[in-house]
Write a protein that binds this ligand. Structure first.
Ligand SMILES: *[C@@H]1O[C@H](CO)[C@@H](O)[C@H](O)[C@H]1NC(C)=O
Ligand SMILES: *[C@@H]1O[C@H](CO)[C@@H](O)[C@H](O)[C@H]1NC(C)=O
Ligand SMILES: *[C@@H]1O[C@H](CO)[C@@H](O)[C@H](O)[C@H]1NC(C)=O
Ligand SMILES: *[C@@H]1O[C@H](CO)[C@@H](O)[C@H](O)[C@H]1NC(C)=O
Ligand SMILES: CC(=O)N[C@H]1CO[C@H](CO)[C@@H](O)[C@@H]1O
Length: 653
């Protein structure tokens, strides 16, 4: 090698094969997508090459990796090993270099450069870009997850099921995480780049990006648009003009693409399940195992006293007197990672919440908080354990007042955090994970007071839009004497996260009840949101029971043929029966990541009691479990309906 010219002629990053080895196939990016803690081979064809030394350098945190001629790729530090030289005396020589990153490498987009040093000659060649992700398949990665089934569900699956409503009338709705949709991974990377942490101190941010605890905290702040250039603007006002009603979104790609197309201005609007679902997409795309969690009767304790106060008047009408509130449900995510910062015993699921509720160290973000720390009420374990502890454990103090005088007070220790749920891996069913957050509280009936009257409300069937609501009021007299009681039932409309608005139905009547008798006066057949106050005519004492529930939408269902093969045209049928008493019209949208390239949209009108059937053609492009989902946005009555069907797409035999 004396002054001879050399050229790097062809670079082949062997993208497709290595992405399969790295479990990143299907992720679409303008770069090669790889996981840390794993080797990656690229071929470099060099003319007349016999270099003294070569260096591969990789950014974002600039690392220089000398190419060694011998040895094995290391998995604890960056290393590059010359794998083979293909002998070819006349033509160009091919050098094949195996580059490997440590399991603790920072995630992000790296620019690979090859520097070839000869005695008189140094040349640098750009080899292109790679995107490096966390690696739950790698034992030494802090997001390592043992089971292949769980990695499939929590990293590779793009099918989501979100639970909403109330424990007595739970509604599951489909969500498409869309991490394999074109351009989504690059947008997720952009989220890291635009974070205030990166903007303030690029170098420190890049170094900290080796740590999923740090990454989770950054993403939880960036998914909402408060205090930064984040993705989603929250709105719970009921007026969603100028944006999209949060109930209408059906997947994350629409939101993330809209954000990128609008030069990273916030997308309007999100509510808790939208923030959580988008966060789940970003975390799965980055390679951090993540699942969406619904906490039913989630307390929002604004004053940190772990007690939520609820005020009613003597007729059972709920009053807006407290800043604290109980959301019928609240949705967050859990991500799987080690917590060396908390000492032993806190590895595993960590709560992260992207919904802007309260600030954490100056920004709207929440977590990561170890589920085990919440269980143990270890309030000092970073981050935000007291807030999340209250969400699942706060006591509810119900106060009945009349003319500013307290008539009665009762404490309910069981209502908050009544059910904590997530999608069961590999199925479309609910998994109850309440016991991971709290021990069962063995408290008796919450509304027992000294009058010896118990009251409770019982829904007879899950309420459905357009149908009457049936419920029982059960009153029990535990005393030796008969009693004359007054019953006040009050029904109010409400949004899932706030106090109810006006009363739309009430009923007041007298009840006579004998000792030890249990009575359920006439079955009520009416509409929603209910409180009953039982008044003892003699002593004037009052007992209250309340039940908050949602009304289930009529079903939108999808049927398709039994066997579905990749790249083969298919037909599915979307069915909807109009249970309303009026003709309804609206827009039907059918989508499916990996199934339909473009959404199918149609405007429809359906007469009362009529059943609509619409065929939808699609050609699956990806093998595995995929989801076809349909949404129907009705204008009158204003309702959004969702339906889905999971489809197992077979690879050709
Ligand atoms: C980020 O990195 C800096 C410097 O290495 C370190 O002092 C700091 O604690 C890290 N921050 C977090 C949140 O990990
Ligand atoms: C929600 O959106 C409506 C309609 O654009 C707007 O009037 C209202 O101020 C928004 N609320 C919040 C809290 O941003
Ligand atoms: C709802 O209840 C009312 C009054 O009891 C009854 O007239 C009506 O038929 C019921 N409607 C349905 C759909 O069951
Ligand atoms: C009520 O029931 C209790 C226990 O079941 C019983 O001991 C008591 O004698 C009953 N009282 C009356 C008045 O029937
Ligand atoms: C680490 C790794 O998976 N390397 C593979 C990259 O692709 C080439 C070509 O298929 C394989 O030979 C390497 O084993």
């Amino acid at each position: 090698w004396e002054g001879r010219e050399f050229k790097v002629r062809t670079i082949d990053l062997q993208q497709v094969q290595n992405q399969t080895h790295h479990k990143t196939d299907g992720l679409s990016s303008s770069t090669v997508v790889l996981r840390r803690g794993q080797a990656f081979t690229n071929s470099i064809f060099v003319l007349y090459s016999d270099t003294h030394s070569s260096l591969l350098s990789a950014g974002p945190v600039s690392v220089e990796v000398p190419v060694s001629r011998l040895g094995q790729p290391s998995l604890t530090q960056w290393s590059a090993v010359l794998e083979r030289r293909l002998p070819n005396p006349t033509g160009p020589r091919a050098l094949s270099v195996s580059l490997s990153s440590p399991a603790s490498a920072s995630i992000g987009v790296y620019t690979l450069q090859l520097r070839v040093e000869a005695r008189l000659n140094v040349k640098t060649h750009s080899l292109g870009q790679i995107t490096l992700l966390c690696n739950p398949w790698c034992q030494t990665d802090s997001v390592f997850l043992q089971s292949e089934d769980l990695r499939t569900e929590y990293v590779r699956s793009d099918i989501g099921l979100l639970f909403k409503g109330s424990p007595g009338n739970m509604v599951s709705r489909p969500w498409s995480f869309d991490q394999f949709e074109k351009g989504i991974l690059d947008i997720c990377m952009k989220l890291l780049q635009l974070s205030p942490q990166h903007q303030a101190d690029m170098r420190t941010d890049l170094q900290n990006r080796s740590n999923p605890v740090y990454i989770g905290r950054v993403i939880s702040a960036m998914v909402n648009s408060n205090d930064d250039k984040g993705v989603l603007m929250g709105n719970w006002s009921g007026d969603y003009s100028g944006g999209i009603n949060p109930s209408q979104w059906s997947g994350s790609a629409d939101i993330l693409k809209k954000w990128a197309e609008a030069q990273f201005r916030p997308v309007k609007y999100g509510q808790c399940w939208v923030f959580a679902a988008v966060m789940c997409t970003v975390m799965r795309a980055l390679g951090i195992p993540t699942r969406v969690i619904t906490n039913f009767n989630s307390a929002h304790d604004t004053d940190g006293n772990m007690v939520i106060e609820e005020y009613y008047n003597e007729m059972g009408k709920k009053l807006s007197m407290s800043k604290d509130s109980i959301w019928n449900f609240h949705v967050w995510v859990e991500s799987w990672m080690k917590r060396p910062d908390l000492g032993q015993g806190y590895d595993g699921w960590q709560v992260l919440d992207a919904t802007p509720q309260e600030k954490s160290a100056g920004m709207f973000r929440c977590g990561p908080a170890a589920v085990k720390a919440i269980y143990q009420k270890k309030v000092e374990a970073q981050y935000d354990v007291p807030f999340i502890f209250a969400e699942v454990n706060a006591d509810v103090r119900t106060i009945i007042i009349k003319d500013k005088k307290v008539l009665s007070t009762s404490i309910d220790k069981k209502r908050v955090g009544a059910l904590i749920s997530t999608k069961r891996p590999g199925s479309m069913l609910m998994q109850d994970i309440t016991s991971e957050y709290k021990t069962e509280k063995a408290f008796g009936f919450p509304f027992l007071i000294n009058t010896g009257i118990e009251v409770s409300l019982q829904l007879l069937k899950a309420p459905v839009v357009g149908e009457n609501i049936s419920f029982n009021v059960i009153i029990t007299n535990n005393m030796a004497a008969p009693k004359l009681l007054k019953k006040h039932v009050n029904a109010q409309n409400k949004e899932y996260n706030r106090n109810p608005t006006g009363t739309f139905w009430e009923a007041h009547d007298d009840v006579k009840i004998a000792p030890n008798e249990s009575k359920s006066p006439a079955v009520e057949d009416y509409m929603v949101n209910l409180a009953v106050v039982i008044e003892d005519v003699e002593s004037q004492e009052r007992v209250l029971a309340s039940e908050e529930f949602n009304i289930r939408s009529p079903a939108l269902s999808i049927q398709n043929e039994f066997s579905v093969v990749i790249n083969t045209p298919q037909v599915a049928t979307v069915t909807f029966t109009n249970l309303f008493n009026v003709a309804v019209s609206g827009e039907l949208t059918v989508s499916g990541s990996g199934l339909l390239e473009e959404k199918a949209q149609m405007t429809i009108t359906i007469q009362p009691r009529e059943t609509m059937k619409r065929p939808v053609n699609f050609t699956p492009k990806m093998a595995g479990a995929k989801m076809l989902s349909a949404s129907l946005v009705l204008t009158n009555p204003p309702t959004v309906l969702h339906g889905f069907k999971t489809i197992n797409v077979q690879a050709p035999a």
